[in-house]
Design a protein around this ligand. Structure first.
Ligand code: BG6
Length: 487
């Protein structure tokens, strides 16, 4: 993708965790690849606790390099990357400081991208301060998730930002939408006629979507304890995946066609009845345990976490979609920290044959299933039944396997790299529109409220397991189980 569109990429939160691990490495990769970023494009980092550009570059060298040198660092590219970086010292709490930012960037060519890698409480003050010095024109603004804390606070931020920037200038980031396998899900569903007739209630029995992590809260205990898994992962990543799995075929891949269809799914989610929450939602919190041979501490003892915290680190949900395609089909969503494995996958369980002329083995579980493994090791597996060699007609589950790294030799593009290039080039399709975000908050809100009011603590699970037993019991009520429980 060659580009000559110049840009000034202003990074608020320039010394934050996200800048260090994701944003600057992604910009470096785009720079190193050549041709993706205009030569004249500049990165202007903004931070408070750094004296000047020299000190900032030392910080980048010490902290960002480890994240870009996994496959050996290209030193020449690294040096030329550092030359793109400028620095402005700003106290975000002091709007007067923004005049320095204006002076630093006003003569730079091209579109201005303001990336707010800060807490959501700073979004509105930063936008006001940018507008006050006239920097809200010829500009795009990128807002990190979670945007707000609930529907009300998210609306308040969107209203305030919306007074300064038009909707088409606002890029709400959900990095799952930038992942190659998620793009592939669109390709699989809408590039092949094969699956479409089966992709509906008549043929699908249930769908599972799991995003499991081995990592705990790392250095983000403070943030996480005020957020929890429902806001951190479900309101955004899991509901976005769900909407892509369940959406109707869009008319085109332009930004609004895809987002309109996702929105229809989010609006069709069966509202959660607060009296039913115990049946359709499980919240858990990890205790100490062992992951890959290493002892890990309980959540409540992590740095920044309140010892009596009732924040959930695990969520499992049964979700239903009220439309003709999906009525009655349970979608089981699950995410958690400190689980047994790091895996993100979508499991589509098709119905068994209605009558088995081939004996009971034709009804066995483990067949009639499509598994889309998003990470790690992106694969698509179609499980079918086949005859076992030998006498008699005994069937066994076999699978057709598409491993993407064997098929395509090109390295995958990191989600952040794709999304940052999309912002610079003005492509909105992979960003969350305000109405989608509102619909997602509206749907999770009864669960948030109920858990907040509840005197019952989250269900404990040992780190290194698959979460509380209640998550398995919820599926058992539907005569099914999580994929790993079958193996
Ligand atoms: C982020 C969450 O949005 O996604 C983190 O805030 C989580 O808590 C991360 O660890 C997971 O992303 P990935 O790409 O590693 O699956």
């Amino acid at each position: 993708m060659q580009t000559d569109s110049s840009f000034t990429f202003v990074l608020f939160g320039g010394t934050g965790d996200l800048s260090m691990r994701k944003i600057l490495p992604a910009l470096f990769e785009a720079h190193r690849a050549g041709g993706m970023l205009a030569d004249s494009g500049k990165i202007v980092a903004v931070a408070r606790h750094v004296a000047d550009r020299g000190e900032y570059l030392q910080w980048v060298d010490a902290h960002v390099k480890p994240y870009v040198s996994k496959n050996g660092l290209d030193e020449v590219a690294w040096t030329s990357f550092l030359a793109r970086i400028e620095f402005v010292k700003i106290d975000l709490g002091n709007p007067d400081d923004f005049a320095q930012l204006r002076d630093a960037i006003q003569d730079l060519p091209g579109i201005r991208v303001f990336y707010l890698a800060t807490g959501p409480s700073l979004f509105v003050p930063i936008c006001h301060a940018l507008a006050a010095v006239g920097l809200n024109h010829n500009a795009r603004i990128v807002l990190e998730k979670p945007l707000g804390y609930d529907l009300k606070s998210s609306n308040a931020i969107n209203d305030a930002v919306g007074e300064i920037f038009a909707e088409e200038q606002i890029y709400r980031i959900d990095h799952y939408l930038g992942k190659e396998p998620v793009q592939n899900l669109l390709a699989l569903r809408f590039g092949n006629a094969l699956f479409e007739p089966l992709w509906r209630r008549e043929w699908v029995e249930s769908i599972q979507i799991t995003i499991a992590e081995e990592l705990g809260v790392e250095a983000r205990g403070d943030f996480y304890d005020n957020t929890g898994a429902l806001r951190d992962m479900v309101q955004n990543h899991l509901l976005q995946l769900l909407s892509i799995v369940a959406m109707e075929p869009p008319h085109s891949m332009d930004s609004d066609s895809v987002r309109d269809e996702k929105l229809r799914v989010l609006r069709a989610l069966k509202p959660i009845d607060p009296r039913e929450i115990g049946k359709v939602a499980v919240r858990g919190q990890y205790h100490s345990g062992v992951i890959r041979g290493n002892a890990v501490p309980a959540y409540a003892t992590e740095h920044g976490v309140k010892p009596d915290s009732s924040t959930e680190t695990f969520v499992a949900l049964k979700v239903e979609i009220e439309n003709w395609r999906w009525a009655g089909v349970p979608f089981f969503l699950r995410t958690g920290k400190r689980l047994a494995d790091r895996v993100a996958e979508i499991v589509v369980n098709f119905r068994p044959v209605p009558h088995s002329a081939l004996g009971a083995s034709a009804l066995r579980a483990g067949a009639n299933r499509l598994v889309l493994r998003l990470q790690p090791n992106e694969t698509i597996r179609l499980y079918c039944l086949a005859k076992q060699p030998g006498e008699g007609m005994n069937l066994a589950s076999v699978h057709l396997n598409l491993a993407f790294d064997q098929f395509f030799r090109e390295a995958q593009m990191e989600a952040y790299q794709r999304l940052l290039l999309d912002v610079i080039n003005g492509r909105l399709a992979l960003f969350v529109r305000r109405d989608e975000q509102e619909a997602a908050w509206r749907w999770v809100e009864p669960i948030l409220n109920e858990w907040k009011a509840s005197t019952k603590p989250p269900k404990p699970y040992a780190a290194g397991t698959w979460g509380p037993a209640a998550a398995s019991a919820m599926l058992a009520q539907h005569d099914t189980c999580w994929l790993e429980e079958e193996n």
